[in-house]
Write a protein that binds this ligand. Structure first.
Ligand code: HAX
Length: 436
């Protein structure tokens, strides 16, 4: 089978001609409409951008290029990137070629470490990761090629070069941040020949007597890799990239969005809530105690982290996949047990609370089921990764795969600069005949 680059060379002209023909034939047809509620409500459900890498079905969860996530959960992260970008899983030769390509690019420039070491000791690990990616911008092939006058139809090639450099170094940088930020000793180097999951597990340097941490990291990197184009990080990366800011700028911007507590940072909050519950009740709580604490949290105006989703309306299959891993490898771990008990109790609590909200004239909670972040922290905690503030960095290493695949695809398709029309609230009122 052809390499990643050869596969794209062959497919891109075909994709371009299909999309060109579609827009030519149906450019003025309507595919969505926008209500006042949507305009004020985060554009929820408005169909106004294209993402071919993956799809999130409200009742099924993440589907990557036609493959429901749980059917490809044991693939290497590199294979997932190949799939996101090309629509095909690589065969053994293409996979080996991609791995060798990433090995060649794996060196992190020395100035990245120098910048990270100069940062305040208590910097948030996400700030360190964002800074590291942004400071590497001087490696950008996209910017160099653009300055040298590369043709628009070839933009995707230097964008892919940047994407591969970021992917080849992201786990090393992230693991280096962990060891530096939490005084874990010297950095551990990338090992050529190992996949990204196994490498990341090894470079974090946590004890792994059963040798299963690499399996978890592979699962973790696969599960967080992509979630369509409209979520905050992907959408931000897309918007910044659409201005032809190079992939370092665009990914760094996307990561800043991922660092928000309603998005990626939720996974740092989820385990915090589980541990708080355990501390309050002196160990694994009973279902009655969980119910009590869940209501206390809600009535104090907070959300229950790890529950709810903007798109999904069922238990996130990523939660189900992590739960299966937990049952297999750490069924007796008290933190994992608590997560499992919370899963029995919280959906019902949220349903009841949602009914109370509706009775009080507020919005219902659209989805009372767990999302990806509800369970992953307990698994990391089991392996000794107990620094919650670091969890979003793990998510980021994974989500860069999706953000970069989308970005390369957009440069290949020549997607236009993002520029929706904003309107004033007075215009909306006038438009709908609102008198106040
Ligand atoms: N606990 C309490 N209230 C919740 C809730 C929860 N877990 N989930 C939703 N609600 C509330 C919302 O805050 C909203 O209240 P207001 O109308 O008063 O603002 C109301 O229910 C309706 O919200 P929704 O339509 O169900 O959900 P949204 O699309 O607005 O928000 C969120 C989706 C994920 C942000 C939301 O469910 C939430 O805050 N969940 C907890 C945080 C979390 O787990 N985030 C991670 C999501 C996965 C992810 O992106 N990871 O990166």
């Amino acid at each position: 089978m052809a390499t990643l680059q050869e596969t794209l060379e062959a497919k891109i002209p075909q994709w371009r001609s299909e999309i060109g023909a579609l827009v030519k034939a149906h450019g003025d047809d309507v595919i969505s409409q926008v209500t006042v509620k949507q305009a004020f409500g985060g554009m929820r459900g408005v169909k106004a951008m294209i993402c071919d890498t993956s799809l999130v079905e409200p009742d099924k969860g993440l589907i990557i290029r036609g493959h429901p996530l749980l059917t490809i959960k044991d693939k290497w992260p590199e294979e997932i990137f190949f799939l996101l970008l090309t629509g095909e899983l690589p065969d053994a030769a293409a996979k080996a070629a991609l791995q060798a390509d990433l090995d060649k690019r794996a060196e992190v420039p020395a100035y990245v470490w120098a910048v990270l070491e100069a940062m305040p000791k208590d910097s948030h690990p996400m700030v360190m990761l964002d800074t590291a990616i942004l400071v590497m911008e001087c490696e950008s092939e996209f910017r160099r090629s653009y300055d040298a006058g590369v043709k628009k139809e070839d933009y995707w090639k230097p964008a892919l070069e940047d994407a591969l450099k970021i992917i080849a170094t992201s786990a090393t940088i992230a693991a280096g941040i962990y060891r530096m930020r939490y005084d874990k000793g010297p950095r551990i180097d990338w090992t050529p020949g190992l996949d990204q999951g196994a490498n990341y597990a090894k470079m974090l340097g946590l004890p792994d007597p059963k040798g299963t941490f690499a399996d978890l990291m592979r699962l973790y990197l696969n599960f967080h890799s992509d979630h369509e184009g409209g979520n905050v990080s992907a959408n931000t990366c897309h918007t910044v990239g659409s201005a032809l800011s190079d992939p370092y700028y665009a990914v760094s911007a996307g990561l800043n969005g991922l660092a928000g507590p309603l998005h990626g940072l939720a996974n740092q909050e989820c385990l915090g809530w589980i541990i708080e519950t355990m501390e309050k009740f002196g160990g694994v709580p009973s279902e009655k105690q969980i119910r009590e604490y869940a209501f206390e949290t809600l009535r104090s105006g907070k959300v229950i982290p790890g529950y709810g989703h903007a798109v999904l309306r069922v238990t996130d299959p990523r939660f189900a996949g992590f739960n299966e891993f937990g049952r297999k490898h750490m069924a007796d771990d008290p933190v994992f047990k608590t997560v499992d008990l919370v899963f029995n109790v919280v959906p019902k609590v949220l349903e009841e609370y949602s009914a109370e909200r509706v009775a009080a004239g507020k919005n219902p909670i659209a989805n009372c089921w767990p999302n990806v972040d509800a369970g992953s922290g307990a698994l990391l905690h089991h392996y000794g990764l107990k620094e919650f503030a670091y969890y979003t960095v793990l998510f980021s290493v994974s989500r860069m795969l999706g953000m970069l695949a989308q970005l390369v695809w957009n440069r290949a398709m020549g997607t236009a600069i993002t520029r929706p029309k904003s309107v004033q609230s007075s215009w909306v009122a006038q438009q709908v005949g609102f008198k106040g």
